[in-house]
Write a protein that binds this ligand. Structure first.
Ligand SMILES: [Zn+2]
Length: 422
């Protein structure tokens, strides 16, 4: 295993050296000998910070970016997204995943919690490009019995970590309560609980979802999921907008992680996440971008800024969701939620890091690094991306980027042709 030494880098208010070996931060102290390492990076005028951990996305949907914007959720799904997804081949999913990972690397993300189809293609892309991911095995009744059984077989076959590439775990991912039946939700929850897997679901995203649930079951989605045992496993729930205080208390008592997706929530007019109430209820919350057809990018840095601004403006409280908290949502808390020993630059942690260019105009002056990172920066400040001690981007360059872009373009053109042919 190669080792890496970052010399004279800005960390926690001082200049120091960071030595990475066997994929972890081994030593963080000034004056380390360059001969220690196989590779040395000059960290002068750069700051080292944790990278981002995206709590909820649909990576191959990069290929649907901009295809159907400004349309209500159910019409958007029925008339645009689902027909287009029907013509996507395995190769398209692979190309779309690679485009997503390329975009993630360039915007400082090294981990994502995904929910999509043909997960093998996304896993292949993650393995090749060196990131980490929690990959959803996604369930929807509409896909048919055969598909559902194949998904459970897939999960059965990959219960041991050695059956998956390093850095990848699987989650049980029923899409939502309006696409997954009670029987299947119960089965997914029991499976996730039995095998200690994350149960990843969209929850209480729209008013209509809540109204339909009340009509069908006489109670709201959170209460209903609790009643059918679907809050028993470790649950990661995306959106969670239309919930009352009692539901937030249920979610807190069940240790459910809420994924806040502020850009998607605003763009689809789904509603506004009750940040203050979730905080008061003692809920866990992290940050996610959602997919590229409802965001339309995978930029966690942009998501941090929007999350902070939405919380402040909604509650007219400028102390709410400060930069330091939203930064933790995007880094440390995201990593912790998925059991990763990372999200912090510290000895013994997995060597995941970003090097930021402190001479970039958006970082000057640098009275507060995290404030600059949340409120001022754009992706041009990210110089280097490291995941498990491996350099994914150095001096703004990701190997193979041009080919990834060309293949994704080609896929999008072919998909449109297939759709037109019917
Ligand atoms: Zn989503």
């Amino acid at each position: 295993m190669s080792s890496l030494l970052i010399k004279n880098v800005f960390h926690n208010g001082e200049t120091t050296d960071v030595f990475i070996k066997n994929k972890i931060f081994c030593r963080i102290e000034p004056g380390l000998d360059p001969s220690l390492a196989d590779q040395v990076i000059d960290g002068t005028d750069k700051a080292i910070i944790p990278p981002f951990y995206n709590g909820h996305t649909h990576s191959p949907m990069t290929l649907l970016r901009g295809y159907a914007d400004d349309i209500p959720l159910f019409e958007w799904l029925n008339d645009y997204i689902w027909p287009m997804e029907k013509v996507m081949t395995a190769e398209d999913i692979y190309n779309g995943s690679r485009l997503a990972l390329y975009e993630m690397i360039r915007s400082g993300t090294i981990f994502f919690n995904d929910m999509y189809w043909q997960q093998d293609q996304t896993i292949r892309a993650v393995e090749e490009m060196g990131l980490k991911a929690a990959i959803g095995v996604t369930f929807m009744d509409g896909l048919g019995k055969k598909y559902i059984e194949a998904n459970f077989d897939y999960l059965d076959a990959h219960l041991r970590p050695e059956t998956l590439p390093e850095g990848i775990t699987l989650t049980v991912a029923p899409h939502a309560i309006y696409t997954v039946s009670e029987a299947l939700l119960r089965r997914c929850a029991a499976y996730a609980a039995e095998h200690n897997l994350v149960f990843h679901i969209h929850l209480s995203e729209t008013k209509q979802e809540v109204e339909d649930c009340v009509k069908a079951h006489g109670m709201t989605p959170v209460r209903w999921l609790e009643q059918i045992g679907a809050l028993e496993p470790q649950v990661v729930a995306a959106h969670v907008i239309h919930v009352d205080e009692e539901e937030l208390a249920i979610l807190a008592s069940r240790d459910v992680t809420l994924v806040h997706n502020p850009v998607s929530n605003m763009k689809l007019c789904s509603g506004v996440f009750h940040f203050q109430k979730a905080q008061e209820a003692g809920c866990r919350y992290i940050l996610g971008t959602d997919g590229c057809s409802s965001n339309n990018n995978l930029d966690m840095r942009e998501e941090m800024k929007v999350a902070a601004l939405v919380a402040k403006s909604r509650y007219k409280d400028l102390e709410l969701l400060p930069a330091s908290t939203v930064f933790k949502m995007a880094t440390k808390w995201g990593a912790e939620c998925f059991g990763l020993n990372s999200g912090k630059i510290a000895v013994g942690k997995a060597a995941d890091a970003l090097l930021l260019d402190l001479n970039n105009e958006r970082m000057i002056p640098c009275y507060n690094l995290i404030s600059n990172c949340v409120y001022s920066a754009d992706n041009s400040v990210i110089d280097t991306v490291i995941c498990n001690g491996r350099l994914l981007m150095e001096n703004h360059k990701v190997p193979g980027g041009a080919e990834i872009v060309a293949l994704a373009k080609e896929s999008s053109i072919k998909m449109l042709e297939r759709l037109k042919k019917g």
